[in-house]
Write a protein that binds this ligand. Structure first.
Ligand SMILES: Cc1cc2nc3c(=O)[nH]c(=O)nc-3n(C[C@H](O)[C@H](O)[C@H](O)COP(=O)(O)O)c2cc1C
Length: 412
């Protein structure tokens, strides 16, 4: 009997142990499943977060590699200087300092303009470098300015990563950077212009652009289109222009066995916009207007607030001493030009195409006034989409928003 009880108890224990093990296994299995799920979710989250950053293709310009394919456009006078450019570079994009009349804070700016600009340029490049030693930094120089050669050479001496040049075709730019690591990118507004400048550089310097920026009609600042083109019904879209430029550059890419990254600019506002241009073959985008309403933008707070306050009807085309029209906020200054020109009191001799006797106004004075906060009596350049802006954010927040949204749409 005892033996029976013992066997029974042992059997019972065995069964219980078996059941207990089964129970334990099940429970453990559940726990393991739960742990798996947690780690899977964590993994998925980190993978997708990484993907969101990683899925945007890097922007490669020769040896320069930007993790984020966003170049912040140069904004003169005094809107994109070291603070904004270094903040953008810090987030993995390309930060561009505007070199136009960059010495406007120097004491001798009015009396010794060229020297003040050289000094201002060196200061801003060094400041940006100290804030972002490893980021990609560039300088935007209008090829229409009189001290163009000297300014570009100085930027090269300072080992700037890239020079961006618009407002006319920068015909001699390659010879100014020869023997340096500085990359060069012209701004064009058509396939024809892309072809002309590339052919010119190829023939004269056996060099092709390291990148090309295509600026469409919805950009801010000076535009590469005549007033007739801008007011015509059939305005080319930026995507048409990007396709045109990609096609125009193809023969040169084949000849040199080298990719020329095409960067789309003008009216790009959201991450979806960025994704749309990457999908059609742009290597990156250049954006300016959105970077104005950032804490780091170098402009006076009034300038940023003017963007946020602007409605669609407040943004219009204006004539400019540069030749081609620009886009700006309709303020007292712009209204006054409809009545009469503003006499030039003192000429800086800054622009090749400007005649101080016939010019409608002094563009240097008008732009400096607004950058320093006088947004009613100065010229406030702006992109066509500025009316959508609601608040001032940090560059970090803006780039994060743009990258996350772009990645989402790129995967669709
Ligand atoms: C305030 C302001 C100033 C600008 N100044 C310059 C300039 O000095 N040189 C230049 O090449 N482009 C200039 N631009 C054009 C931008 O760099 C950029 O290509 C264009 O505005 C892109 O369009 P988005 O503003 O809609 O992003 C300026 C634009 C703005 C809004």
């Amino acid at each position: 009997m005892f033996a029976n009880v013992k066997v029974n108890i042992t059997l019972q224990l065995f069964v219980n142990k078996y059941q207990f093990e089964l129970f334990l296994n099940n429970q453990l299995g559940n726990y393991i499943d739960i742990l798996h799920n947690i780690s899977y979710t964590l993994n998925i989250n980190s993978v997708s977060k990484e993907r969101i950053l990683m899925n945007l293709p890097h922007l490669k310009i020769g040896h320069l590699i930007a993790k984020v394919p966003i170049m912040q456009g140069g904004m003169g006078i005094g809107i994109s200087l070291s603070k904004l450019a270094s903040a953008v570079a810090n987030e993995g994009g390309i930060g561009i300092i505007s070199g136009v009349q960059i010495g406007f804070r120097e004491k001798d700016f009015k009396t010794n303009n060229d020297a003040a600009n050289i000094r201002g340029l060196i200061k801003e490049i060094r400041k940006a470098r100290s804030l972002r030693p490893k980021g990609i930094l560039g300088v935007n120089m209008l090829s229409a300015v009189n001290n163009y050669k000297e300014m570009v050479k100085e930027a090269v001496k300072e080992k700037i990563d890239i020079i961006i040049s618009g407002a006319g075709l920068p015909k001699n730019l390659p010879e100014l950077v020869m023997g340096s690591d500085t990359k060069i990118a012209p701004i064009v507004s058509s396939g024809k212009a892309a072809s002309i400048i590339t052919k010119m550089w190829d023939r004269k310097y056996k060099y092709i652009p390291d990148a090309v920026i295509v600026e469409g009609p919805y950009a801010g600042g000076h535009l590469g289109f005549s007033l007739e083109q801008l007011t015509s019904i059939k305005l080319p879209s930026l995507s048409e222009l990007v396709n045109e430029v990609i096609e125009a550059l193809r023969p040169f890419e084949e000849k040199y066995k080298k990719k020329i990254p095409v960067i789309a600019a003008g009216g790009i506002y959201t991450g979806k916009d960025i994704a749309d241009f990457l999908k059609i073959g742009a290597a990156g985008v250049q954006m300016s207007t959105r970077f104005v309403a950032t804490e780091e933008c170098d402009a006076h707070i009034n300038f940023k607030k003017a963007y946020i306050a602007a409605g669609k009807e407040d943004i219009q085309l204006v004539k400019s001493p540069v030749g081609m029209p620009g886009r700006a906020i309709r303020n007292a200054f712009v209204k006054s030009l409809e009545v009469q020109n503003q006499k030039v009191k003192r000429c800086y001799n800054c622009l090749k195409p400007c005649d101080p006797v016939t010019t409608p106004y002094c563009i240097s004075d008008a732009l400096i006034a607004s950058a320093q906060g006088n947004v009613e009596d100065g010229l406030v350049f702006v992109g066509s989409n500025a009316f959508k802006m609601k608040e001032i954010v940090t560059v970090k927040e803006l780039i994060k928003e743009l990258v996350n949204e772009a990645a989402q749409f790129l995967n669709k």
